[in-house]
Design a protein. Structure first.
Length: 189
């Protein structure tokens, strides 16, 4: 059996990844063999999203204060009055190099998003929502929705463990940044 074992797919909880007693370490030692680590894509993105998110937002515990505030203010936000990324807002704009990168890659990113949207089966509903929000944020809203209206889903659960939630909430906050004000306590921007 050990000659056939080359890699392991796992999620990133410490019970699996712990250096001294994690399952991966124990299995490697039991077979006396280095293994290829195939981290579950959902859990890998969780680590990446958390690292980026933590650069800008203060969070303690499993719940996030800025998401709770956004969710509570959602009924008061005029959802027909969103602002795409291309609109500069005081205190919330891209650097010149970020703008240049986005200008150079806008078409490719939008093309990728449309290809994902056209897939018959999306693996999860939150992936579909994130794709649509990204298209709207990139100022391609005229190509989405039925007629002239774009529907934004009510913000849902925002538990710390879901990486996609961070993307969805941050994109909605970006789109409604002129109606939802953040302060230094919630955001380091």
């Amino acid at each position: 059996m050990s000659e056939w074992l080359g890699g392991l797919c796992f999620d990133t909880i410490s019970a699996n990844t712990g250096v001294h007693s994690g399952a991966i370490t124990v299995i490697q030692e039991a077979f006396d063999k280095r293994l290829l680590f195939l981290v579950c894509r959902h859990h890998l993105f969780e680590i990446i999203a958390a690292a980026v998110f933590d650069l800008f937002f203060v969070s303690s515990g499993p719940q996030n204060a800025i998401f709770a505030k956004f969710k509570s203010q959602w009924p008061l936000i005029d959802q027909s009055n969103f602002v795409p990324r291309s609109t500069d807002t005081k205190g919330c704009s891209l650097t010149d190099s970020e703008k240049m990168w986005l200008e150079q890659n806008h078409h490719v990113v939008v093309q990728f998003l449309w290809a994902q949207l056209s897939r018959v089966n999306q693996p999860r509903q939150d992936y579909l929502e994130f794709i649509k929000l990204s298209i709207v944020a990139l100022d391609e809203a005229n190509r989405i929705g039925d007629g002239d209206s774009i529907h934004f889903s009510q913000p849902g659960a925002y538990h710390h463990a879901r990486w996609m939630v961070k993307g969805i909430y941050c994109t909605k906050i970006l789109l409604f940044r002129e109606r939802f004000k953040m302060n230094q306590k919630n955001c380091m921007l």
